[in-house]
Every structure is written in C-alpha cells, then in structure tokens.
Design a protein around this ligand. Structure first.
Ligand SMILES: [Zn+2]
Length: 259
C-alpha cells in the first residue's frame, strides 16, 4: 500500500485509542529492551535485576537504571509521534514507563507497566507515591526520593512493573474499558501480537472498532489481528493523520493545540 492510499482516520472516528510500546520512544535514545542493541543485551545485569524475587537487594540497580531512563526521557522530551497522538485528542494505553505521552500533553494515559518517573512503597498495600526528580545514582535520594516510605517505613522503589509482577489492575481495567469504547484502535511501536495488544485489539474489534497497526517492520501474523497494517514510520504517519484530520471541515477540535 502506498502512502497515498493508506488508511487515514476520518471525522467518524471520535473515540481514537492508541496502544503504544517502546518503538514510539526509540528515537529519544531510550532504545528498546530486546534485540541486539536493546538494553538487555547491552547490560545483562540489568535484565537480571528486573526479576521481582531479587527485591529488595536489587533496588540500587533498579534506581540506577530507571532513574537514568527517566532522566533521558525528561531531557529529550516527546517524539513527533507522541505529540501527534496528543493533538489528535486520543486516549492512550501504553506499555512505556517514560512519561512521554503526558509530557506531550496527553491527559488520558493508562500505564500498563507503571512509570519510571514515580516512586512507590515496596509494601504493595501501602499507597504512598511520589514524583521523581531523576538523577543518576543508585540511591533513591539521587532521584529526590526518600529511601524509606514516610507512611510505613518500608523501602521505596521505582513504580515500574518487574518481570514476575502483575500488571496494575486499575490500569489494565482502564485499558480494557477504553478498547471496548474505541471506534478506532491503533497500535504503535509494540509488536501487536503479544499480550496485551494481542488481546486488546480483538477486544476493540469485537466492539466495533477499526483496528490499525503502524510498524515499520510489522511482525509475522499481524495482518490477521488488525484491519489495516501500515508498514511505515509512525513519526511520519501520525503527524500526517493529524494534518489530514485538521484539514477536514476547515475547523476542528485540533485548533486549540496548533497556535
Ligand atoms: Zn509505605
């Protein structure tokens, strides 16, 4: 399919929901986790530290890695893809922990894997949370966070879901509700064929949504899961969608964002 006849949303798409993964943040220098240049390959000890059963001994490593990622994200800021999604007024379900959708102006973000920009208490039943001022070291104080929870005294930790941990139930339920209400469901920068997108896209489709995958190298099997697969750079496709939608009718809901 050429750029001229690829799928573009229209005025009938009022509930646009994006599911995003690490691919949308890759050009910030955050990279992706898997693959030959991924974080896991470059720093194998980091992957080891991502297992929940190593807590609390792995906390210094987790603070160092996720604090650094949070700082990189904050310093770089959102990509053209993040900005276009925000200007489209879409709601977002993300597997990313870099806070870049919020930085771009998206207000409705369900974070399935938590956030590297937040600290929580190691005691799961404690609701203490704080926003980081990310730095570079292995101590919570390096990121503007106390080492023990002010409420219960347990150690603090980055609010990032580790390998053996459950996805946060509230974010997962929010994601499912959004998928059910979507009339256009778009996966970007995520493989699209593994959990949760392999479940969320069919859920959206079963409630009547058109489903789209934007991936410059779509994974095998994706065309069976999505109505449209756009094998192009999301950072070009999404700003183009934004321009086309804005053009429709001369005025649009996008105007407040374009000054
Ligand atoms: Zn606590």
């Amino acid at each position: 399919m050429s750029a001229g006849d690829r799928f573009t949303p229209g005025p009938t798409h009022r509930q646009i929901v994006f599911l995003t993964g690490s691919g949308i943040s890759a050009r910030t220098g955050l990279g992706t986790f898997r693959g030959p240049d991924g974080l896991w390959a470059l720093e194998p000890e980091t992957e080891e530290a991502m297992h929940a059963d190593l807590l609390p001994g792995s906390l210094p490593q987790l603070w160092r890695v996720w604090g650094r990622m949070a700082r990189t994200a904050r310093d770089h800021g959102p990509t053209p893809g993040h900005r276009a999604i925000a200007r489209l007024g879409a709601s977002v379900i993300t597997q990313n922990i870099d806070g870049l959708h919020q930085a771009a102006g998206s207000e409705m973000v369900a974070e399935l894997h938590g956030s590297a920009l937040r600290a929580v208490c190691l005691e799961a039943r404690c609701s203490w949370t704080a926003v980081l001022d990310p730095g570079g070291g292995p101590h919570p104080e390096d990121h503007g966070v106390p080492s023990t929870c002010p409420r219960c005294g347990a150690p603090t930790r980055p609010d990032v879901v580790l390998f053996d941990e459950q996805l946060p139930q509230d974010a997962l339920e929010l994601a499912m509700r959004r998928a059910q209400r979507a009339d256009l469901f778009v996966a970007v920068g995520t493989s699209g064929v593994v959990f949760p997108s392999a479940q969320l896209a069919p859920l959206a489709a079963s409630h009547g949504a058109t489903t789209v995958l934007i991936d410059i190298a779509p994974p095998v099997g994706s065309s069976a899961l999505f109505d449209h697969v756009i094998a192009e750079d999301a950072h070009e496709v999404l700003p183009d969608w934004e321009r086309r939608l804005h053009h429709v009718g001369g005025t649009s809901f996008l105007d407040p964002f374009l000054g």
